[in-house]
Design a protein around this ligand. Structure first.
Ligand SMILES: Cc1cc2nc3c(=O)[nH]c(=O)nc-3n(C[C@H](O)[C@H](O)[C@H](O)COP(=O)(O)OP(=O)(O)OC[C@H]3O[C@@H](n4cnc5c(N)ncnc54)[C@H](O)[C@@H]3O)c2cc1C
Length: 513
């Protein structure tokens, strides 16, 4: 049996590895000249400055039950933990930090401290069990009580829940910043799920960044795949399923819009109609800067954080997210900013720095957000503009040109609203009505982010169908015994180490700005 994976994003590579470990000959076909999809890095501004084109910060990769079982460190992946996962500055020089320590985080929250600690501590303790259930398609949960506790808090609209649970501006703003990663209006049910997921991940695995940029994740996955006998072919756009040898197993790391394009004729009409009804969410406007100095934060504690959420209060963050959803431009957008070179000196020449940021905008928006984003940075870091040596911007259409999966600038392969959260893109999820044709991208459960779990679960579905094994109700990674898998030959390893690739705050490099 020969298998082809269309697309070399983290899910495509995870699917290919899962198939290769099952002894299947697999080739990954990538449209672009470079591999990695949403995990690519390049010198976007000036020579010597390395920027992450898409993903930069990886709590989900760190939490991934699949990635944590792969020997990625042997293939060059090295995680760096900034001393503080995230910071959320507020006007007047205040800032609230999401520390790895729940206690230290709670200590900043005044009257909300005890409640924050009481809610977050037990869920943090069960994080890895929770992630096995959350980063999986709908199933009978392996840890029903932990999941029920999480679900009872996750199902709420983030803004309502923040107002019910917390009294102070700090706790509300911190939670709003986390929840805004959902790219949903914070008034929408289940937007709180993202707030908890990202908040809890900060306390459990930190928010690490890969040394050298997110390209290192793709390179490590591809090298490991090659060690298993798999191949990755860049410059190999699949325009039609007819490009692929008949009878092959095909896993598509693409979204419904592209599946309709390349497989349109092969798909029954009822399924095509369902794919056409699939909804993409708001897009993003992306910025990268080469800087001649670190960002001059008014509150210097922000320099210890890998990620900084710029948007002020809960109300301001909610207004920005609502605008993007409603097709409007927000004058003071919520900005997600990362400052990798503070913790990974190889990203910029000596004494110089990089910064990465984006804000949510209406899908396909042509509005240049440069001055609005820079005004938000300047608001919390006066003098920022004077540090800029060069800037690089990407409109949603330019992101889509860079990677066809970023439809209208949607970075999650489709909106994560409630009706598309669990069953995406259709109720059959990874399976299509065409035999041996599967979807494995972020448009399938558990959705967007660099975790590889869509690819892993899609490949498992394909292996299940191929082997005609009885359906297993609990898709936790530990319960699945793969057919005999070849060991990675040591000669291919870039640096031999016994460690697993899971970056826990205690075992990874602790960088200091
Ligand atoms: C600006 C931005 C910032 C982000 N920040 C983060 C972050 O900090 N942390 C995080 O966890 N996630 C982040 N994400 C999201 C993350 O990058 C994606 O959710 C993730 O990459 C999805 O993985 P995937 O494998 O499903 O698809 P992708 O990574 O999008 O890969 C799809 C691949 O398929 C290829 N392809 C498409 N069509 C074809 C075809 N016809 N033939 C051959 N190849 C094809 C594409 O070129 C691409 O390489 C960000 C995304 C963006 C755009």
């Amino acid at each position: 049996m020969e298998a082809f994976v269309i697309g070399s994003g983290p899910n495509g590579l995870a699917a290919a590895i899962t198939l290769a470990r099952a002894g299947i000959a697999v080739t990954v076909l990538e449209a672009q000249p470079t591999i990695g999809g949403g995990t690519r890095s390049a010198a976007l501004t000036l020579p010597g400055f390395t920027h992450d084109i898409c993903s930069a910060i990886h709590p989900l990769a760190a939490s991934s039950p699949f990635f944590s079982k792969l020997p990625l460190e042997q293939y060059g992946l090295k995680w760096i933990q900034p001393p503080v996962p995230a910071a959320h500055p507020l006007d007047g020089g205040r800032a609230v930090l999401a520390h790895v320590s729940v206690k230290a985080t709670a200590a900043q929250l005044g009257e909300d401290a005890e409640r924050y600690r009481r809610i977050v501590t037990p869920m943090t303790a069960q994080w890895s069990e929770l992630m096995r259930d959350i980063l999986a398609p709908l199933h009978v949960p392996a840890h029903p009580f932990a999941l029920a506790r999480f679900g009872a808090l996750a199902i709420w609209p983030a803004s309502t829940l923040a107002r019910i649970l917390f009294r102070g501006e700090e706790a509300r703003a911190l939670f709003a910043g986390m929840a805004a990663h959902s790219i949903l209006p914070l008034e929408m049910p289940a937007s709180a799920a993202f707030g908890w997921m990202l908040g809890l991940s900060a306390h459990s695995v930190g928010w690490p960044l890969p040394r050298g940029g997110s390209q290192s994740i793709a390179n490590a996955l591809a090298s490991y795949l090659e060690s298993l006998g798999g191949k990755v072919l860049p410059n190999s756009e699949v325009r039609s399923l007819d490009d692929i040898p008949a009878g092959s197993l095909v896993l598509c790391d693409i979204t419904p819009k592209q599946l309709l394009r390349i497989a349109g004729n092969a798909l029954p009409e009822w399924y095509s109609r369902k794919l056409e009804r699939y909804r993409y969410g708001p897009g993003v406007f992306k910025m990268d800067w080469a800087l001649n100095a670190p960002i001059p934060w008014r509150n210097s504690a922000c320099s210890r954080a890998g990620t900084v959420h710029l948007g002020g209060t809960l109300e301001e963050v909610a207004k920005s997210e609502r605008a993007a959803w409603q097709g409007e431009i927000c004058e003071r957008p919520f900005v997600l900013l990362a400052q990798p070179s503070l913790f990974d000196s190889g990203r910029a020449p000596e004494g110089k720095h990089t910064a990465w940021a984006y804000c949510h905008v209406p899908n396909g928006s042509m509005e240049d957000m440069t001055s609005r984003i820079e005004a938000q940075v300047e608001r919390f870091a006066p003098g920022f503009r004077q540090t800029i040596l060069a800037r690089h911007t990407m409109l949603p259409a330019q992101l889509e040109e860079h990677n066809a999966n970023l439809v209208g600038g949607d970075i999650n392969g489709g909106s994560a609203r409630l009706d598309q959260l669990f069953l995406r893109p259709t109720a059959s999820m990874y399976r299509t009505p065409v035999e041996r044709l599967f979807l494995c991208s972020a448009s399938t459960p558990p959705g967007g982010g660099v975790h590889g779990m869509c690819g892993y679960h899609a490949a498992r579905a394909a292996l299940h169908d191929l082997c005609n094994r009885p359906h297993r109700a609990r898709p936790g990674i530990r319960e699945y015994s793969l057919p005999a898998r070849p060991e990675a030959p040591q000669s291919r390893a870039r640096s031999a180490t016994e460690r697993s690739s899971t970056p826990s705050p205690s075992e990874t490099e602790q960088a200091r700005p």
